[in-house]
Design a protein around this ligand. Structure first.
Ligand code: B12
Ligand code: SF4
Length: 502
């Protein structure tokens, strides 16, 4: 039996970590999770738990936040092993070069790779043949071929919520985070999902990247959680799209109201949504949805981002959502190489026309794990040394003459959309240097949209924002904790729930 401590730096119940934990527990190991913002004495608390293995979850920009902690823990526990998983090491295993920090990485879905890895470490066996595992081979980072993604999500034990709900704040808040599926129907060029599909799927007939839990499994999972944590008043589905599989929402609408009965918010893929689905979702208790508009230009949306949403769909679905009294938020991208500043104002105009209840606006970030990001690096469109922290809300890494105006427009976007003379006003304002008023304007809108439109509740969302503010405006390693690379960090990801468009 090994003791595995997951460490995360965002106050959020992560589906991936929950499932890894439940699989490890089912095989006799002990696990816990430690969130920086929830532990005033984070370093000491992890140390006191005496882990054998530390598991770090990282998106790009977050990969180094735990370095100084690990260096110190290693002195206490010479046998300690450290593994990093999640989107960043799934595509970039360079972190392995610092052997004092990370011993192994895991690419793609981690449940059984992590189990094999922990077992191998425990029994002093070699890790070199374990699928999905990365390690230093002859001084160079190397990742083994991966095993197929888990086809039957119902074969997994229920996600281990206890490691997150041990924290009073997470279990007492209004909204519970749940996942009903994995994958995504789209392959947007600015998102890592496209490469996941290329690299994680072998091409065998019938192998699926988009998978759903059965409605029966989901309902049972929910009731298992609610029996122990009865305070939740609402559910937020974190999946890229709740309508991941045709027909699923219809069955869901039959069973959810009677067997669970909580209202919910979710992301939707508007290409696979018709009036019957929207009616079913409304009947099931859906109060609010989000979808990625990304650009007001159909050409950019279809040709550059490969989002697949035509103007007909973008203008048509909101009318149906309004008919069934479901509020909606759009996700929008500012500052990609495909757009001029004027194009970005066209995104404002499209939002004005379709009248969402809120607009989430993220700054384009070139990930090397995306089609568009790779092209940006190849064509030297990226200011490589510029530290923008882990978030997509703070700053731009693109080389463009109008970069400051783009970043200011992201902060003031909602003013442009919702004030009658918003566009000329914001056109004038973005010429000023970035300042705290612009940053607080962004936060105020984010707060309102989460709290009111998506139903998180004012106080919960305010507290969640404070706990997570570090990664919105933070630089360096991206952590809400004291230590190297985190001096500037205070809030993290207020954007909980805007998954589909990140
Ligand atoms: C839901 C979601 C969110 C949610 C929940 C976050 C989460 N990570 O669960 C919220 C809204 C909070 C969010 C926020 C952000 N997200 Co997000 N998000 C997603 C989304 C849509 C689904 C992720 C998911 O839940 N998958 C299902 C679960 C089961 O898989 P998983 O979490 O990846 O976990 C598996 C493996 O990664 C691995 N694993 C996970 N953790 C660990 C830990 C260890 C130790 C090991 C060994 C393995 C391991 O095993 C797990 C089980 O198989 C993806 C896009 C997509 N469709 O995949 C983007 C995605 C992950 N997000 C992304 C980004 C950029 C962000 C933000 C930085 C955006 C921002 N605010 O500026 C923040 C970062 C927050 C954070 N600290 O992680 C990027 C990451 C790209 C990259 N190269 O890093 C993605 C890939 C989308 C994209 N644009 O490409 N996000
Ligand atoms: S951006 Fe959203 S919709 Fe597009 S591929 Fe990524 S998760 Fe799917």
């Amino acid at each position: 039996m090994a003791r595995i401590a997951f460490i995360v730096t965002t106050c959020h119940e992560f589906e991936g970590v929950k499932v890894l934990s439940s699989v490890l527990k089912a095989h006799g190991h002990q696990t816990d999770c430690f969130i920086t913002a929830e532990e005033p004495h984070f370093h000491e608390v992890v140390e006191a738990w005496q882990p054998d293995v530390i598991g770090i979850y990282a998106t790009t920009g977050q990969e180094n936040w735990a370095k100084h902690h690990v260096n110190a823990w290693r002195k206490q526990f010479p046998h300690l092993r450290v593994v990093m998983g999640g989107p960043h090491p799934s595509f970039d295993a360079e972190v392995l070069r610092d052997g004092a920090y990370v011993d192994a990485t895991i690419k793609a879905e981690g449940e059984y790779a992590m189990l094999d890895l922990v077992n191998a470490w425990e029994n002093n066996n070699s890790i070199e043949l374990i699928p999905n595992v990365g390690f230093l081979r002859d001084g160079e980072p190397w990742t083994n071929p991966i095993r197929p993604v888990i086809q039957d999500l119902d074969s997994l034990p229920f996600p281990d919520v206890d490691i997150f709900y041990k924290y009073p704040f997470l279990r007492a808040k209004r909204v519970m985070q749940v996942h009903a599926s994995r994958g995504c129907q789209n392959s947007c060029t600015y998102c890592s999902v496209g490469l996941m599909k290329k690299e994680w799927i072998s091409g065998k007939v019938g192998e699926k990247f988009n998978r759903v839990k059965s409605v029966d499994y989901l309902v049972e999972e929910m009731n298992d959680i609610l029996a122990r944590y009865p305070n939740f008043r609402m559910v937020n589905f974190g999946d890229a799209a709740l309508n991941m599989e045709r027909g699923w929402v219809q069955e869901f609408a039959e069973k959810w109201p009677e067997k669970v009965g909580l209202p919910f918010a979710c992301n939707v893929n508007i290409n696979f949504l018709d009036e019957d689905d929207i009616e079913a979702m409304s009947r099931a208790g859906c109060t609010s949805v989000q979808f990625g508009l990304e650009s007001g230009s159909e050409d950019v949306r279809l040709r550059v981002y490969k989002k697949g949403y035509t103007d007909k769909v973008v203008y048509g679905i909101p009318k149906l959502l309004k008919k069934y009294k479901i509020t909606f938020r759009t996700n929008n991208i500012m500052g990609s190489p495909a757009e001029t500043l004027e194009d970005m104002f066209n995104t404002v105009r499209t939002n004005k026309a379709i009248k969402p209840n809120g607009c989430t606006v993220l700054i384009y970030r070139p990930f090397k794990s995306t089609e568009l990001g790779r092209e940006d690096f190849e064509k030297e469109r990226v200011e490589v040394g510029k530290d923008i922290g882990p978030s997509l809300q703070n700053d731009s890494q693109m080389r463009r003459k109008d970069v400051e105006e783009v970043v200011n427009l992201q902060k003031l976007f909602n003013i442009a959309v919702y004030l009658p003379f918003g566009i000329p006003l914001v056109k004038a304002l973005i010429k000023f240097p970035r300042n705290p008023v612009f940053d607080w304007t962004l936060l105020a809108f984010l707060w309102y949209q989460h709290a009111v439109v998506s139903g998180y509740g004012m106080m919960d969302d305010f507290r969640l924002g404070l706990k997570n503010i570090g990664q919105i405006f933070g630089k360096g390693g991206g952590g809400t904790h004291e230590g190297e690379g985190s001096k500037n960090q205070f809030l993290d990801t207020l954007d909980t729930g805007q998954d589909a468009a990140i």
